[in-house]
Design a protein around this ligand. Structure first.
Ligand code: BEZ
Length: 248
């Protein structure tokens, strides 16, 4: 099975590396029970388990779970939807990196996580903040409009204030909710931006016939180049929201 497919942002594992800095907020000591929600290939689950914590990695993609089991046969993984967690007061920590922006029903997600945590348990998460990947999103929306389709935002990327309020409404006590820039070089050099759009805006792109898709990709690349191309690679304006909150 292939790992780190260098030039394909859908397959590459480079983005998971960024999740490692989020782990400083997690107690990974022996006896701790941790749910890695949206575990991907399981690399971060393995890091979380390194000190003796008992980690379960879950993902809603069967293919991803097969991959995680292949690369980390010593760990536990399960194909489970984050909006249907079959747990009651079981985990000390729910950890989630780069997942929440894919789940528009964040209120339900928080309620599921709340139930899965032990009393006083901790949620540690990081995902896209309000202006995340703004240059690409704006370029894609403009190109879509030129080709007769209004782009509808699919990602849940809130401000810290908005997410803080949601945490409170879901009966969490936020310890920190902060946002920061994370400039992110894309793999694939000159082809990197188109590959990224093909992967992450696949559903929006598929609304167009293939000749138009190519035109849109070229227009997006042209619009982004002055802001994101550094002469060697595209560096994208990711902006993250990081939150640590306790079940109250
Ligand atoms: C991210 O912030 O990781 C992200 C957001 C939207 C699409 C792809 C990635």
């Amino acid at each position: 099975m292939e790992k780190n497919t260098k030039n394909n942002p859908c397959k590459t594992d480079v983005f998971a590396e960024y999740g490692k800095t989020l782990m400083v907020h997690v107690d990974t000591s022996f006896g701790q029970k941790i749910l890695d929600l949206g575990c991907g290939n399981g690399d971060l689950s393995a890091e979380l388990a390194g000190n003796g914590a008992k980690v379960l990695g879950i993902d809603n993609s069967a293919e991803t779970i097969v991959k995680a089991r292949y690369f980390h046969p010593e760990l536990m993984f399960a194909e489970i939807d984050a909006l249907e967690l079959p747990y009651n007061a079981e985990f000390d920590t729910v950890f989630s990196n780069s997942v929440f922006h894919w789940i528009p029903d964040v209120d339900r997600l928080l309620s599921e996580i709340h139930r899965a945590l032990k009393p006083g348990g901790k949620l540690v998460c990081e995902f896209g903040a309000a202006s995340n990947i703004a240059t690409i999103r704006q370029a894609f929306a403009a190109a879509s409009a030129r080709h007769g389709h209004e782009y509808r935002e699919r990602f849940y990327c809130p401000t810290p204030d908005e997410f803080f309020d949601r945490l409170k409404r879901a009966n969490f006590e936020p310890e920190r909710v902060l946002e920061f820039d994370r400039l992110t070089p894309l793999p694939g050099g000159a082809d990197g931006l188109k590959a990224w759009v093909r992967c992450f805006l696949k559903n929006d792109l598929s609304l167009f016939v293939s000749a138009k898709q190519e035109q849109i990709l070229t227009e997006v690349e042209t619009a982004c180049r002055p802001l994101l191309w550094n002469g060697r690679e595209f560096v994208v304006d990711y902006r993250r929201l990081r939150a640590v909150a306790f079940k109250s």
